[in-house]
Design a protein around this ligand. Structure first.
Ligand code: SAH
Length: 461
């Protein structure tokens, strides 16, 4: 073998330079890109090549020769196994820097945008216990209940007694649930056979109201000794406002079924974003990091620069959270979203907040937005918050035709973001600034909010 080529099974030393999309370390040996699980940028390592492909290789750490100054021991004892977090072994300030770099790399390489102002990622003061929603799969092993999260790349469950990114009350809820299952020998659902009862436990917490909801997802209608379970929750968890059984008898990995039975209390809980009140039900989507949602939405408001006279589009609006937030300062807001139930929630949320200047449309944005434009609905400001695949070209084209002063783009995927910013740049919308916001500390998710303005617009920031 030539010494230019790396070989499978051999040991090499490597310096980790970056992280990949799954949080793995990335470096190069003899020109080949090598992915190393648990590698931290700055690490000098000895690794063994375990997979060798034409364009890349995968290596396993044999020895840490010199640890990166950003390497740290994860606080969670399960961090290495659990698939929930990917980068707990990297110092939080370094995580934020890496996320800023991911946005920068995408805008330069994919977007070919130069001289764009990219701010440092806005992180959390205390990047812990930030999630208001937890979904725990359940299993029984050797007669004992296991409640936790899936291992990396598998459907095996890590028994999680304490999760560092979930609200602290989850430790109690999962303990009560394990004890209930063990006491009454309740079975857990087996994905392979489709048999067994308990599928998931879901918890939702209103961070601003303290209201707690627990949802028990079952493969069937029965819930043996359900009264006992309800009593245990009520005795030990004072903030509990809603206990729901959700029935899901379908095979496959969809977590929730359509039918909900209220076992105790209300069928929803309430929480606030800013001054706005939101009703949260078992099936509805709600932003999972309330602290950083405030940060993100305040930026959206700042970038939208509303004076009260504007017509605003909120495309991909979900349950209308951004729409209602902006409606407080706009003349009129139109929200567009493909999920019917989300639009029902959006209308209800507008009603409970007494907001009359927001109107919601259900359907695919690529069909609804061009239709609304043809009907003459114009926009001064457009906000988009698309899923990972980014905006459909028809949506972007229609935005350009509507000729708004400003476009505010909320993105959860730097690659499609960069592609869309390029597209809009070519059609006359300049990217003014990019603000990454860390919505999911210790994971590789990158969220950013972007201000674009019409070229030649006086109204530059
Ligand atoms: N802006 C919301 C949610 C954004 S998530 C918030 O801040 O809470 C992206 C949303 O886009 C999801 O609600 C998803 O259902 C919706 N979506 C996905 N594809 C769509 C399409 N083609 N047309 C309209 N909405 C779509």
């Amino acid at each position: 073998m030539s010494d230019k080529i790396i070989e499978k099974g051999k040991i090499y030393s490597i310096v980790i330079e970056d992280i990949g999309s799954n949080g793995e370390g990335v470096g190069r040996i003899k020109g080949i890109t090598v992915f190393v699980d648990n590698g931290v940028p700055g690490d000098k390592l000895n690794i063994k090549i375990e997979v060798l492909k034409k364009n890349y290789a995968i290596g396993r750490i044999i020895e840490i020769l010199k640890p990166s100054q950003d390497r740290k021991s994860p606080e969670c004892p399960e961090a290495e196994l659990c698939g929930g977090c990917q980068i707990q072994h990297i110092d939080y300030i370094a995580q934020l820097r890496l996320k800023t770099n991911m946005v920068k790399a995408a805008t330069e390489r994919i977007g070919k945008l130069e001289n764009v102002l990219i701010h440092d990622t806005l992180g959390m003061d205390i990047p812990k216990q930030y999630r208001n929603k937890a979904q725990f799969p359940v299993a029984v092993m050797d007669g004992k209940a296991i409640v936790g999260f899936y291992k990396k790349g598998s459907h095996e469950i890590v028994n999680t007694e304490s999760c560092h990114i979930q609200h602290g009350i989850n430790d109690k809820i999962t303990r009560i649930f394990r004890e209930y299952m063990d006491r009454h020998r309740v079975s857990a659902y087996d994905e392979a056979t489709g048999k067994g009862l308990i599928r998931h436990i879901i918890t939702k917490v209103g961070f601003n109201t303290g209201e707690i909801m627990v949802v028990v997802v079952t493969n069937g209608r029965e819930l043996p000794h359900g009264d006992d379970l309800v009593n245990d929750f009520l005795t030990e968890i004072p903030g509990i406002k809603s206990i729901i059984q959700n029935i899901n008898i379908r095979k496959g990995n969809k977590i929730l079924g359509n039918e909900c039975i209220t076992l105790y209390g209300k069928d929803h809980i309430v929480d606030y974003i800013g001054k706005l009140k939101f009703s949260i039900s078992p099936l509805s989507f709600f932003q999972v990091n309330p602290t950083q949602t405030d940060v993100l939405y305040e930026k959206a408001l700042e970038y939208a620069a509303l004076t009260g006279n504007e017509t605003v589009y909120d495309i991909y609006c979900g349950i209308g959270t951004i729409s209602l937030f902006l409606a407080q300062k706009a003349k009129k807001v139109y929200g567009v979203e493909v999920v019917d139930a989300a639009i029902e929630d959006a209308k209800e949320n507008a009603r409970i907040n007494g907001i009359n200047n927001a109107e919601f449309f259900v359907g695919e944005a690529e069909i609804v937005v061009p239709k609304l434009y043809k009907q003459g609905l114009k926009a001064d400001v457009v906000v988009v918050d698309p899923p990972r695949k980014g905006c459909d070209e028809k949506v972007l084209d229609t935005i350009v035709k509507m000729n708004p002063e400003r476009v505010v783009y909320v993105s959860c995927n730097p690659a499609t973001l960069a592609r869309d910013l390029r597209y809009l740049d070519d059609k006359g919308y300049k990217t003014v600034e990019i603000q990454p916001v860390d919505m999911f500390p210790h994971t590789t998710h990158v969220e950013a909010i972007i201000l674009m303005t019409k070229c030649g617009s006086e109204d530059k920031k």
